[in-house]
Design a binder for this molecule. Structure first.
Ligand SMILES: CC(=O)N[C@H]1[C@@H](OP(=O)(O)O)O[C@H](CO)[C@@H](O)[C@@H]1O
Length: 408
């Protein structure tokens, strides 16, 4: 894109301030800025002031999960169904790892965080070790697709290279970048994070499928005969990946989608809860949970919305492709966004100062006709690391790893 075209685009979206320092840049920086202006989707900004379309028709009801008891009673049968699918190379895994370890006090990708005590144990290492359990049982490699972001791609790929892929066959590891979205102030003006660079951030974990498609990796999956994708988050170090029992249960129940769930530890636990919305599977994120839903009881007097998602989903590719063109709702999230002030100095705000734009993976679930909530034991499969200390932290994850016999 040349300067003239960039000016036109910026005018159209009232973002001309982004060229404020253009004349101070060298040629390479100028080219990079024009490229960024060309490829950035500014249409998201219009959503800031768009009236909220409350879906008044939305009827939320509880969903039945496949519980631990039911799973145990059919364990061998469903486990074998899943194992056969893995042996037939029908299962691939997608690791969502676009985020940074900022909340843990690190400037590196979250997966590079070392949770070890007596020896280094990186989050990425734990995930590869978990995947190895299934690779050994099925006696076949499983393709692992790792989603990075512009913020951490080089760091992540060189780390895997340096660590020799933790012993995994590197021909089965594929990196792809998550698309980025701009970050703006409350008036919809995009921030600059450098004189020649717009402030951007990964476009939310709902962007994984289109990013995978844009990277040409869905084609690779078709070529390899992969029909099921297990998508999971980087922050759960007890994650079971490509779990044969989960895959087998989803297949046996003739579902196109499955979601691992745990019984909530408390009504306020920060997990999305599964439910039905107008008869479709759906997830209400913790910050959107109403008091009525939180306190609702079922006929047995138990909490009616008690199954929390742990961000471990299974999707059938054909169905994903069918719904791929549906636009996911955009979540406008208030965040602390570093920016260049009027004097060109970088400010790191203490408080929220603007918006990031994200689409969320849980909104995909609503587009499916069915989704199997598959209960897992939280102490065996859920050790999320969100903070340094306290709830869902490095400390709590270390405790859970120890409980599961993993030395740190
Ligand atoms: C958009 C999204 O996928 N949010 C997930 C995700 O939330 P965080 O805000 O990243 O903690 O992880 C939770 C499990 O740790 C899960 O319950 C929730 O639904």
């Amino acid at each position: 894109m040349n300067l003239e075209k960039a000016k036109q685009k910026l005018d159209q979206y009232q973002q001309s301030h982004l060229l404020r320092y253009y004349d101070e840049l060298n040629d390479a920086q100028k080219a990079a800025l024009l490229e960024q202006i060309d490829t950035t989707d500014f249409s998201v900004l219009a959503k800031i002031h768009a009236p909220k379309t409350e879906d008044t028709q939305s009827n939320i009801t509880p969903i039945e999960a496949m519980t631990l008891d039911e799973i145990a009673s059919q364990k061998e049968e469903i486990h074998n169904i899943g194992l056969d699918a893995i042996k037939a190379h029908k299962v691939g895994a997608v690791l969502l790892a676009g985020g940074m370890g900022t909340r843990l006090g690190s400037d590196h990708p979250k997966g590079m965080y070392d949770i070890g005590i007596t020896k280094p144990v990186y989050i990425f290492q734990r995930i590869i070790e978990n995947l190895f359990d299934v690779v050994k049982e099925a006696d076949t490699w499983i393709h692992l697709f790792i989603m990075t972001s512009d913020k951490n791609h080089e760091d992540t790929t060189s780390f895997f290279e340096k660590m020799n892929y933790f012993g995994y066959d590197k021909n089965y590891i594929h990196f792809f970048r998550q698309d980025m979205a701009p970050a703006s102030d409350y008036n919809g003006k995009i921030f600059l994070e450098e004189k020649g660079k717009l402030a951007t951030s990964p476009n939310g974990n709902g962007g994984w499928f289109s990013s995978l498609q844009n990277a040409g990796l869905i084609d690779l999956m078709h070529k390899e005969g992969i029909t099921w994708i297990n998508v999971f988050a980087v922050d759960n170090v007890l994650q079971r990946i490509a779990d044969p029992t989960f895959i087998g249960a989803t297949i046996a129940k003739k579902c196109d989608c499955g979601s691992k769930v745990v019984r909530k530890a408390s009504p306020d636990e920060k997990v999305g809860v599964m439910c039905l919305e107008n008869g479709h599977p759906s997830i209400v994120e913790y910050y959107e949970l109403t008091e009525a839903m939180r306190d609702a009881k079922n006929a047995k007097g138990e909490p009616a919305y008690n199954f929390g998602v742990i961000l471990n989903y299974l999707f059938e590719i054909g169905h994903l492709e069918k719904i791929a063109n549906n636009e996911l709702p955009l979540h406008i999230v208030e965040k602390k966004i570093p920016y260049l002030d009027e004097q060109g100095n970088l400010q790191k705000p203490e408080d929220v100062n603007g918006y990031k734009f994200e689409s969320l993976i849980l909104d995909l679930i609503r587009l499916f006709d069915n989704c199997l909530p598959f209960e897992v034991e939280r102490n065996k499969e859920f050790a999320p690391i969100k903070n340094k200390t306290g709830v869902d932290s490095i400390d709590s994850a270390r405790e859970l790893l120890k409980e599961n016999g993993i030395t740190l």
